[in-house]
Write a protein that binds this ligand. Sequence first.
Ligand code: HEM
Length: 73
Amino acid sequence: MIKEDYIGPEMSGILERRSPEWIMNMILNPIQMLEEDSIAIELLERYNFEYMYNQNLLEEEAREILEYFRIID
Ligand code: HEM
């Protein structure tokens, strides 16, 4: 969900919380992030160890989503 926590975190304000590079990594390599990145590991604990699986997006698609996150509040 964009503005509410659901299975995962809400996405509004995401760019105030995380860097663009971090977001790209989370979209493209969530499993690796959930194993190695301390912020992602904290999120995993907060969301009841519900894994965000790889959505198999192309880098260009991930970039488009990032651009979309820039325009939502
Ligand atoms: C294109 C689709 C998706 C995008 C762009 C996306 C993006 C993100 C981002 C940026 C975060 C980090 C949020 C933060 O730092 O506050 C995140 C976390 C998370 N996402 Fe996704 N997500 C997608 C699909 C999904 C799906 C399909 C699920 C579950 C069915 C999911 C579940 C989660 C969960 C549970 C977390 C917190 C970390 C964890 O416990 O794994 N996401 N997502």
